[in-house]
Design a protein around this ligand. Structure first.
Ligand code: TXE
Length: 497
């Protein structure tokens, strides 16, 4: 029986004895079996986190001590990088090399927040009164439920765990039930790095079982969630009665705009990467291509040719360029999405179905797909497929490109290609999206904020705001020359007014 829940400083089985099999998206083989928590286990984990936070032990560590802890975790992640990448690759089906890049990004995330912790956080403000000292201090927000997705399992968790630790919070971590292994390893490293007991807790299981307690319990102060829009809305509703702080990253439908005056070779190559990297299972995937009419044919023909050449394959296939979708149910979702696109009149130029390669039949592989002739009001343009499906729309003017790029409920990211940097800057300014790339698509760094406008979410991860999410701000007013307020009449004759 696996003991893969970590509650109050101890590894445990589920109280119900329930387990969950993790299966490879590549071929359905059994990867591992982990414990599946019950609601009781969740309540215990929340209790442990609450006790640890209320004890004040971790919050009383200096910023430097907590930064050192996070640096030690970064060192340990570097030490175990190969092992962690293998686990990530096994769970997600992504190529080992991609998982190795992800782990390097995870290390960079921990290092970024460790460095940020060493900066000066508190300051004095001048309130214009000589006898008053007014100080703004930052304190940990409290107990946090950290809920992660399956596409970049450890990376998305790192964006939450590292700032929570630097801030001095206690947390209950819940990775996706589809990809738990890297989170288990991370918690082992946090234990090895000597975080105080009860600060880090790990719950495994589907959101439908453990999610409600994690997001509604009054003992939880903040919920940080990365995942689907529907789940995000459910979490907001659940968090409302106790007015929890929320940090939500809910995906996007990201416009990738190519003007006729762009470096087209570079733009086309980045359009292919932006849409089909990790088979489109990327919240910032550039799956909504907007092309200036005069270069439509050249750009689209080239993208279709390139998409048709992308080699699918599993973790161990050194020639593979991208991997499978995460699950059979996700494959079904993408299949239905494509069927709907055809039904509503989008022109299928390439792909559109499950891979027919004999050696990939046991896995959830979907062919890179391009729909041309799309219109803004189509389902396939407005909804996120989270699969390798690009839709193409044309535009004639700069104004129109901006208008189409903003015609979405989402606002996570967008890209613009033009050699006219003034025009590109105007478009970047016009787009209502949290990240805009000019003559590039996809890169991010932990030093810069990440997050969405509109229904792509609330708050920011990374950058310095990514730490602020885990901090309360307190204003301490000290009167250095106390006197009576004298506001109300005092019958003893002590009136001052
Ligand atoms: O996400 P869920 P799913 C988008 C993408 C995808 C869609 C659905 O469009 O097709 O979401 O994917 C936990 N309370 N993104 O169904 O369910 C769940 O256990 C608390 C975008 O896989 O949102 C998992 O840990 N937690 C995205 C996490 O939420 C709950 C990445 C995400 O799963 C819960 C992934 C509940 N009621 C999908 N229900 C991005 N922003 O990058 C589920 N969970």
């Amino acid at each position: 029986m696996p003991s893969s829940l970590y509650i109050d400083g101890a590894w445990r089985e589920s109280s119900t004895g329930r387990t969950h099999e993790v299966r490879s998206p590549h071929d359905g083989s059994l990867v591992t079996t982990v414990s599946e928590a019950s609601v009781e286990d969740v309540l215990e984990a929340i209790g442990a986190a609450r006790r640890s936070f209320d004890s004040g032990v971790f919050a009383s560590w200096s910023w430097k001590e907590r930064s050192d802890l996070v640096s030690r975790i970064a060192d340990l992640l570097e030490r175990d990088a190969a092992q962690v990448a293998k686990k990530e690759s096994d769970d997600t089906g992504k190529r080992l090399i991609e998982a190795e890049y992800d782990v390097a990004d995870v290390v960079a995330t921990f290092r970024h927040f460790a460095a940020l912790g060493l900066k000066e956080h508190d300051h004095f403000v001048d309130v214009g009164l000589a006898h008053v000292t007014s100080r703004i201090v930052h304190e940990p927000i409290g107990v946090c439920s950290l809920i992660g997705p399956w596409n970049y399992p450890l990376l998305q968790i790192a964006w939450k765990v590292a700032p929570a630790l630097v801030a001095g919070c206690s947390f209950i971590l819940k990775p996706s039930e589809l990809t738990p292994e890297s989170a288990i390893h991370l918690i082992k490293l946090i234990e090895e790095a000597r975080a105080p007991r009860g600060v880090a807790n790990l719950i495994l299981g589907p959101g439908s079982v453990v999610g409600n307690a994690l997001t509604t319990d009054p003992r939880v102060d903040l919920v940080s969630f990365t995942g689907g829009l529907t789940t995000g809305k459910t979490i907001m509703i659940g968090a409302a009665p106790t007015v929890k702080k929320l940090a939500l990253e809910l995906g996007g439908k990201n416009p990738h705009i190519i003007f006729a005056d762009a470096d087209l070779d570079a733009a086309i190559d980045n359009a292919v990467t932006g849409a089909f990297l990790h088979s489109g299972q990327v919240c910032s995937a550039g799956t909504r291509l907007l092309v200036e009419r005069s270069v439509h044919d050249r750009v689209v023909n080239e993208i279709v040719r390139r998409a048709g050449e992308i080699r699918l394959g599993g973790p161990a296939d050194l020639n593979a360029e991208t991997g499978p979708l995460i699950s059979q149910s996700h494959l079904k979702t993408v299949e239905n999405y494509v069927a709907k696109g055809i039904e509503e009149g989008a022109k299928l130029l390439v792909g559109g179905k499950r891979s027919n390669r004999e050696d990939l039949k046991q896995g959830w592989y979907f062919q890179p797909t391009v729909f041309d002739g799309c219109k803004s009001d189509m389902f396939c343009v407005q909804e996120e497929s989270f699969g390798p499906v690009m839709t193409v729309e044309v535009f004639d003017t700069e104004k129109e490109a901006i208008a189409i790029g903003n015609d979405t409920i989402f606002g996570l990211s967008g890209g613009v290609w033009s050699q006219d940097l003034e025009k590109a800057a105007r478009v970047a300014a016009g787009l209502r999206h949290g990240t805009v790339w000019v003559n590039d698509f996809g890169p991010y760094r932990p030093q810069a904020e990440w997050g969405g406008y509109k229904q792509s979410g609330i708050g920011r991860e990374l950058g310095s705001h990514g730490l602020s999410e885990y901090l309360e701000i307190k204003h301490i007013w000290t009167n250095n020359s106390p006197s009576k307020s004298g506001w109300f009449h005092d019958s003893s004759g002590g009136d001052e007014k």
